[in-house]
Write a protein that binds this ligand. Sequence first.
Ligand code: SF4
Length: 504
Amino acid sequence: MNDISSRHWRPRRPAPLGVAEARRAEFLFGDLHWRAERLVEAAFASEGLHARALPTATRQDLMTGRELADIGQCCPTSFTTGNLANFLRGEAERIGADAVRDRYVFLSVGSCGACRFGQYHQSYELALRNLGLDGFRMLLLAQDRVDQSAGEDAFHLPLSLVLGALWGVLCAEVVQGLEYRTRPYEVVPGATNRAVRESIDLLAEAFRNRPRRGRKWGSLLWHVATPYFLDALRQARARFDAVEVDRLRPRPVVMITGEFYLHTVEGEPNYNMHRWLEAEGAEVHPASIAVWIDYLIRFAIQEAEDRRAALPRAGLRIAAARGLQRLLRFSFDRMRRALNDVPHGMPRQEEIRRLAAPYFHHRMSGGEGDMLIGKAIWAHRHRHAHMVCELSPYACMPNTMSIGAMARVLGDHPDMLYAPIEVKGDAEVHALSRCQMILTEAKKRAAAEFDQALAESGLTLEEARARVAEDPALRRATWRVPHLGRAGAGANLLLHLAGRREGA
Ligand code: SF4
């Protein structure tokens, strides 16, 4: 028995990273979209640290991940493992394995959830061992600290850096929201992409020069209260002000949901789904990292509530988590307001949980839990999208469960357009043709909705166009189309022209 227990598997403890080493090292990270990655890099730079986002994963990375780690793992794990391995392999050929170990540190997010998300770093470790890069430092991010052997001179991520990175992700998200509401309607092709690039450039500059206001609570207060990032966002808004749009073209709105990595990245890991949908004539409602963070806080609150009797200082913990949730929403809404509220808002987690409750238990963790169900019903019920496209990874247990539960949701909501896309990484034609079948129906819905709004408005299309032509504000990307109970921007605009107002 002794022999068996002494050979029990133990997690690897990387050599601790000292403060001086951290200043010299280059932190590698990934798994976001390019806008957020640029701003996170800039937030590191403002703390005197070097960070570099890994290139977006490719199909070659998927193959490498399968080859070097566990072939049965979910596809996001294979993509991200192969992505790191190929980057380091290339660097090892260029500067040598020892220099790679000295120069780079990989920051990974971990979790103790029910799914493989809790095992990402083991997968990386196995792949690196198979590559001959034993001893390469990977640090597991846990909120405001790096999980490493504590020591007097061990490096810990300061709260000011975590906040800077988080604010970078939120700012990038509102810019992304404005971008996706603009590009399908732009009059001059390429104008939106130019505005986005310029916006992210000026925001990155603002993050790089972010003033230092303490490393902990002072920094938290400053981030929450400062107009500094809002000013930068207003400058970004000015770039979008110059983009002319024609919203009187019906477009189906497709909301992207699914597993965190697959719905966030833009590239081969999700078959370039965002770009493909736009090329097919859709307006994409991109997935939100802010909503995911909001969900994680809600999950912590409900766990504490369920264990209230046994949990020490449960009331205090719940109040603190609720306060955090309010701060997140407050900060996100301020950023949206700086862009005239054009980016999508966050649904209320209480409503998401309530909508999902008949189909999926709120305590089931792993992946996105009950959120995918709740978001799909929310988008359908409030007419925020014509169609939901759920990007679900091959070999993912939590997403398989939510897709199963969606069968009953569709039974209760037979008019919902829902496309669950299983992403294996190497079955693009199959996935896109499946999505196209539902998208064809969504296009018909968008066209019918537009025609109905035109009839309700009492205008002809020419008269509507003439009214838009008279008012330059209506042709601006930053003018917010009021939500008048239709999913499509064109239909809502027609009702607005006819004098309908929100809440009336
Ligand atoms: S949620 Fe699914 S895809 Fe994501 S890590 Fe867990 S098992 Fe993998």
